[in-house]
Design a protein around this ligand. Structure first.
Ligand code: CA
Length: 237
């Protein structure tokens, strides 16, 4: 039985959705607090997520991004529920990695059709098996990282950090982005903790190759192929 996760803060809508989805033969679960959504999705492993755009504490977009960069659930189909007239928002939604969207108020048969289409498109939890950038390869199944064919030993936090950076090479992640994506929102961690773990990640990676992690002053970090010019300079230091 396919499981549909409802991330929504309007109690009436949750009731209507649960009733209709269950009637259509789906298992359902819901979460109303944006901050808890990611944890619940990781725990429940739904086949489709219905994600409201406007939620308390965290927007649907932020949650969608977090889903896409989370190792265990990155392939989960997401349908964004947006309010009428958010045209530009819709586009943003899709470029953030949502698979589809429906505009509120929507008809239940239409929503059911979209869900069905998504389930058909994604054969049961097609998991991301490998991710590569430059000479680094992450193998999710065996949970190891190779660089130039050699094993790189990483702690769990450094592993998650690397996955995050490698899923979107060249994107500059702020420390706040990384805190959210790697540590989740359940935390009282200072942003400089990110620096500590990036330093560890760098040290581990650089044993078998050049430094690919770019520190972007006052902005954050990205993974990037660093121009030869800069490589030469850093070699001199
Ligand atoms: Ca809402």
């Amino acid at each position: 039985m396919s499981k549909i996760m409802i991330v929504e803060d309007e109690a009436d809508l949750i009731t209507i959705l649960e009733y209709n989805l269950q009637k259509a033969g789906y298992e359902t679960a819901f979460v109303s607090d944006g901050r808890k959504a990611l944890d619940v999705i990781v725990k429940e492993r739904p086949d489709v997520v219905l994600l409201d755009w406007m939620l308390p504490h965290m927007t649907g977009i932020e949650i969608c991004r977090a889903v896409r960069t989370h190792i265990d659930i990155s392939e989960t189909p997401v349908i964004l529920l947006t309010a009428r007239g958010e045209e530009s928002d819709k586009v943003k939604g899709l470029s953030t990695g949502a698979d589809d969207y429906v505009t509120k108020p929507f008809s239940i048969p239409e929503l059911l059709a979209r869900i069905k289409a998504l389930l058909r498109r994604s054969p049961k939890k097609k998991k991301l098996e490998q991710l590569s950038f430059a000479d680094i390869t992450i193998d999710f199944e065996k949970r190891y990282v190779l660089r130039n064919g050699k094993m790189v030993h990483l702690g769990p936090t450094e592993f998650k950090l690397l996955v995050c950076l490698m899923k979107e090479p060249r994107r500059v992640f702020s420390r706040e982005d990384l805190l959210k994506l790697v540590w989740g929102d359940s935390i009282h961690i200072e942003t400089r903790t990110v620096d500590v773990h990036v330093r560890r990640l760098r040290r581990a990676l650089n044993q078998t190759g050049d430094d690919l992690i770019r520190t972007v002053r006052s902005l954050g970090y990205s993974i990037d192929k660093i121009p030869a010019q800069r490589k030469k300079n850093s070699a001199k230091e």
